[in-house]
Every structure is written in C-alpha cells, then in structure tokens.
Design a protein. Structure first.
Length: 530
C-alpha cells in the first residue's frame, strides 16, 4: 500500500498476545492451517473462479508469473524515516481521549524477511499482513502474497495481534466475493484477532482495470460491502482500507462504517478526516526493528471492551468418534463467555465446561455459542465400545530392517499392512520396515471395529522433520510445541517408537522441550528451509 495518492501532510489487548501465540501453534498442530500448501488461482481456473491448493515452493513462481500486475512493485525504498512520528507524537482526534492506543505496522513481500521477535520488542502491538491482490491488468488474476504464511505465523508467534488486507481490482460484487473467498481459502481458519481489510485504491504509475471500469460511488461501496459480508459470514471481522481522499471522493464511508472497521490512510501528524475510523495509517516511511527499509506505521484506537474485535469461535476439529461411555473435552479457540448444547442429549451430553459424554450409538451435534456472537459446531458419532487397540497411532522408521513390536488387545483377530513392500507383519506380530514409503496398519476385531496405525519408512528423514514431509519448517516447530504441551517435558510417551521420538530432540540433550522448537525455528531462519 505504498503507492496511493495520499493526503500527505499500552495496549488493552496485551493479555491476548501470549494466548494468540499458543492458539496459532495449536491451530497449526491441529490441522486448522494446511502447512506445505496454500490456495491460489491458476490460469486454467481463473475464469471459473475456482481456487486450487498449490505447494509452498510453487507460491513464489505463481506470484512471479503475475508480479508485473502487482501495484506494490512500484514501491521506492528510501530513507525518510527520521521525520516519521511515533503514535505518541501524533495529534489525535479528541474523540479518542482516554482510548488505549496500539502501535502497528502493515507488511507484504516487499518487507522481505522479517524478524518478528525484534518487531514485537520494538513496542509494536499489531501487524496487518497482505494476503494477496487482484492484478490491475487485463487478466484480473488473483494472486497470493508469497510471504503471507511466514508473516502471518511469525507475527502471531511473536505475540502480535494479526489482521490481513487484500488489494482489490474488482469491477463488480461477484468479483469482490471471489476475492473474499480467495483469502478465506488461503488462511483455512487461522485465528486472526484483527479484521480482514479490503484495500481499495487507485493504481499509481499505471491504469488499473477498476480505475477504467467507470464505477460509481454506489458500485464501489457495494463491492466493499460484498467482500466484507463474505468475510464476516466465515466468522472473521471485516473492514475497509482507503486514503482520506478516496473515502471522501469515491466511497460512501458513512454507510461502510456501520458494519465494518475503517482503516484510514492519511500521511500526516494530524488527520482532518471527520468520518469514523479505528485504525489510522499515518506514515509509509517508518522504521521498525527487525525490518530492513521503510514500513507503514499505524495507530489503532481501542475505546472500550465492546470495541475490541473478537476472536471467532471455532473447534480445532469438525468431528469426533467416541465409544459409549467415553468422555471428551475438545479444544475450542475463541473469545467470550461460552454456552454449550447438544442436538440429542440421549446420544451425547455436554456440560457447562464443554465436556462431552457419549451415551448411546448415534450422532449428535455439539454447539458452542460465544457472547461475542460467534458459534462453532462439533459432530459427535457414538459407536459401540471398541474391543481392539494398538499401542501406536503412528510409527516412523529411519532404517529398513528395523523392527518394533505392536502390542494390542487380546481380542484382535486380524492385523494387515496396506503395503507389504513398505512394512510387513511377521508371524509373531512384529512390525518390520521393508522399504521407503508409507503404509497403514489395520487391526480389526470380531465385531468389525477397526483401528489404524500410520507408518512412515524414510531413510532420509532429518532430525526435526516431525511430520516427515521432507523439510524442516515452522510446522515442525509447532508440532514439537504441541507434543510438549500434551505429553510434558521429557522423552514423551511410550506410544511412540524410539526413532519417532528422536526426530523431536533437535538439540540432542536427550529430552523433548520447547527449546527443540526454538532450535527448529533458528535453523529455518538460518538455512531458509521453510
């Protein structure tokens, strides 16, 4: 957002920062955000509005293919930061007297590699990360910012409040809705604490497709509202970003501010904008520790608990299978006072703390409703008691020929491997690694119940690659943290092979702790393996 024709001229949420870092790591470990792949639109799917998931290593290539239509490529990095004020030297509108103020930045791929720990240590409270853009040229291509994932995760892990923005070139409401769905598909339920903003502005140094579409104020405003409504329907807060002149001359800000957060861009020490806004971008020439070159600086006003944007409520999983008599306390992310209910209490009940008890065979839906107005549902399937068990849910071998016993319940009548060329079962039920690959061990009892154990045999696995995807990245660090939080400090659980446990011990001290996750992140930062 460096290229707009601008009108040049303490945080109350500090307690949520550690929580969001934990929620982010837990969400990744629970599978809320699919690491290793992100959604994007290809040339083949552009006209249909369909998004496909592409691998991380293809994101940069996909971006580069359409980089000439990225408005932010016109950014000129210079050093005028000495004159940039901080939020305490600004003249704030009297309407915010008594309000708590947060200091923030917004970033995209053009800030390069960011040291988010250093950013947080420089009194920065929040970051708004670019999710992507629609190309301003004839293709109108939807393109993901290749730094979205690392910036979103890094800011959250450092304890910052996190929001997103998307640069639009939509010429009608359907395209605006497509843009919203594009963003939602990319983030896959990542727990944001700030809104997803619709960045609407003219393209400087070029002629954009939206600029040439002859849109009226009403049409532009309708596009903004369509985007925001779609974002809100998915459980996130929504907002609109524009410069003072754009709000006044090309949009209906009074209409938009009724239901949306307003992020005002006005590069001055005292804005004269009289409309509603809760974030003010006051400079594009700021400097912050951890970022090379200039970065946009923002102030966010928080005037009371009712104006603190809520974390959407969501379960870490969408469904769960329980046996009769089982109890289960699912992980719930979000903010507010929560009440619970069951669609069929004869099948499964839920108490005031969210603990679920399975009573009889069938399916029930558990619903959690937060006082912030968001809700989440979890489908519970109750089955007959399972009389078969395996002592491992996952096994990893780093050498062919390795063996491991697989204790199981006495009533098991059958144990098979889905691929004997990867792992085979001997007559005494010993599991033996045969060749590189993946397979599933399936145990079944005489009542038709089944349990499975996923097996990976990979002689090239590196220490730290706990998800066995062939690379060391931030997901591995998140999974190590999740492992430590569930199992406690130490070698972990008996339900894990020695080879599997050794993958977690990056610092080689014989125990698995949060320090191993930190070691993983340091290696990623040093070697660029993410």
């Amino acid at each position: 957002m460096k290229k707009i024709n601008q009108d040049k001229g303490c945080s109350v949420r500090r307690g949520w920062k550690n929580l969001i870092a934990v929620l982010s790591a837990a969400a990744l470990a629970a599978g809320c955000v699919p690491m290793g792949a992100y959604a994007a639109q290809t040339a083949d799917t552009a006209e249909s509005g369909v998004f496909e998931v592409i691998a991380d290593d293809a994101l940069e290539a996909q971006y580069n293919r359409y980089a000439n239509e990225d408005p932010e490529r016109f950014v000129v990095v210079d050093d005028r930061a000495a004159a940039t004020p901080d939020i305490n030297s600004l003249t704030h509108n009297p309407r915010f007297d008594g309000a708590a103020m947060q200091s923030g930045i917004d970033v995209s791929k053009y800030q390069g590699t960011i040291d988010w720990t250093a950013v947080a240590g420089d009194d920065i409270d929040f970051a708004i990360v670019r999710a992507g853009y629609r190309g301003y040229g004839s293709t109108g291509q939807l393109v993901a910012d290749p730094k979205l994932r690392v910036n979103m995760e890094g800011a959250a892990a450092a304890g910052l409040d996190v929001g997103l923005y998307f640069f639009t070139q939509a010429i009608n409401e359907q395209e605006a809705i497509d843009e919203a769905n594009f963003v939602l598909t990319q983030i896959q339920g990542f727990p944001l604490t700030l809104p997803i903003y619709y960045d609407i502005e003219a393209v400087t140094y070029a002629s954009g497709r939206m600029d040439n579409a002859g849109l009226t104020i009403a049409q532009r405003t309708a596009n903004c509202q369509a985007f925001c409504d779609t974002i809100r329907a998915a459980g996130y807060q929504a907002g609109v970003y524009a410069s003072k002149s754009y709000f006044l001359n090309y949009l209906d800000p009074d209409n938009l501010s009724v239901t949306n957060s307003i992020w005002l861009a006005h590069y001055t020490t005292q804005t004269s904008y009289k409309g509603d806004y809760d974030i003010w971008q006051f400079s594009d020439k700021g400097t912050v520790a951890g970022i090379s070159g200039n970065v946009d600086r923002n102030v966010r006003y928080v005037t009371g608990a009712s104006e603190i944007l809520s974390i959407p409520l969501s379960y870490a999983e969408s469904s769960q299978v329980l046996a009769i008599g089982d109890t289960y306390a699912p992980v719930l992310y979000g903010e507010g006072t929560v009440t619970y209910s069951s669609s069929d209490e004869s099948i499964a009940t839920v108490d005031e703390n969210g603990m679920i008890t399975a009573l009889r065979k069938g399916t029930a839906v558990i619903t959690a409703v937060s006082s912030n107005g968001t809700s989440a549902s979890l489908e519970i399937t109750v089955s007959l008691p399972v009389h078969v068990a395996l002592n491992y849910s996952a096994m990893i071998f780093t050498k062919t020929g390795e063996t491991e016993t697989l204790p199981s319940s006495a009533s098991m009548v059958n144990l098979v491997s889905t691929d004997d060329s990867v792992v085979c079962i001997t007559d005494d039920r010993t599991i033996q690694a045969v060749g590189n690959g993946t397979a599933v061990l399936i145990a079944s009892d005489d009542e038709g119940n089944q349990v499975t154990c996923n097996v990976v045999v990979d002689e090239n696995l590196m220490t730290g690659d706990v998800n066995a995807d062939g690379q060391l990245d931030s997901e591995d660090a998140s999974l190590i943290l999740h492992f430590v939080s569930e199992q406690g400090i130490g070698l972990g659980t008996a339900n894990m092979t020695e080879a599997h446990r050794s993958l977690y011990d990056l610092d080689g001290d014989g125990i698995v702790t949060a320090a191993d996750a930190s070691t993983a992140l340091v290696l990623v930062a040093q070697n660029g393996l993410a």
